[in-house]
Design a protein around this ligand. Structure first.
Ligand SMILES: [Zn+2]
Ligand SMILES: [Zn+2]
Length: 224
């Protein structure tokens, strides 16, 4: 897909990116990844990085093209806190393009649901819009109602790791038969992977065969 103007500075350009050449320099690709949790890692090892060592990983794979910093965190902030639905669509299209070398089918696309109040406040679920774009591009089935949020939770970003897990306990429910199904879980940003791990665990407990995760960006302790 051709976009034509930079989401940060609005200058026009001729490429498949959402950033112009100058702003691309501040959109860091996630290259050094932990083999277990997909997070930014400076060490290669089978036991994982300091974020995931000792934690059970419930998903089968994870891919995030960008580090959540610079230009990428900037456009995500505009999308989320500026309630910019148009940005969610553009980010979704661009993200879908970046998945072209991944084996995505046959899978059912799902996304972390938002609670009723959060969705009312933000007016849309950005992960849902991004998931729609991915499903559309690869002709995959999108399921909006398999995973339900059953209660309000505090924003994960405001909590420490231990509290994040506690915050999510019993917060989601599976509402349909997922036995033997393969899922592609799509999210905008992955931080400590507590949310996606909790959802993957729930899908697996209910009989799902595979849960592969793709997130547009990934936070890193090395990049603010
Ligand atoms: Zn620019
Ligand atoms: Zn790791």
């Amino acid at each position: 897909m051709f976009y034509g103007s930079c989401l940060i500075c609005s200058s026009h350009f001729d490429s498949d990116s959402i950033f112009c050449e100058k702003c691309s320099r501040f959109a860091l690709e996630l290259v050094r990844k932990c083999c277990r949790c997909g997070g930014f890692s400076v060490v290669d090892g089978v036991n994982g990085c300091n974020l995931c060592a000792g934690r059970k990983i419930e998903f089968d794979s994870i891919f995030s093209p960008y580090i959540y910093s610079g230009s990428v965190s900037h456009v995500i902030s505009i999308m989320k806190y500026g309630k910019n639905r148009h940005y969610a669509s553009i980010i979704g299209d661009h993200f879908a393009d970046l998945l072209k070398n991944k084996k995505l089918s046959p899978k059912t696309v799902v996304f972390p649901p938002m609670g009723f109040i959060d969705k009312l406040k933000r007016t849309f679920n950005q992960s849902e819009i991004i998931a729609e774009k991915v499903a559309l591009k690869y002709h995959l089935e999108l399921e909006r109602n398999i995973i339900k949020k059953t209660r309000h939770t505090k924003p994960q970003a405001s909590l420490t790791y231990d509290k994040r897990l506690k915050n999510l306990e019993g917060a989601f429910q599976i509402r349909k038969n997922v036995k033997e199904k393969n899922f592609l879980l799509v999210d905008d940003v992955c931080t400590t992977f507590s949310t996606i791990n909790t959802i993957a665990e729930l899908l697996k407990k209910n009989g799902a065969r595979r849960v592969d995760v793709v997130t547009f960006a990934r936070t890193s302790p090395y990049f603010g």
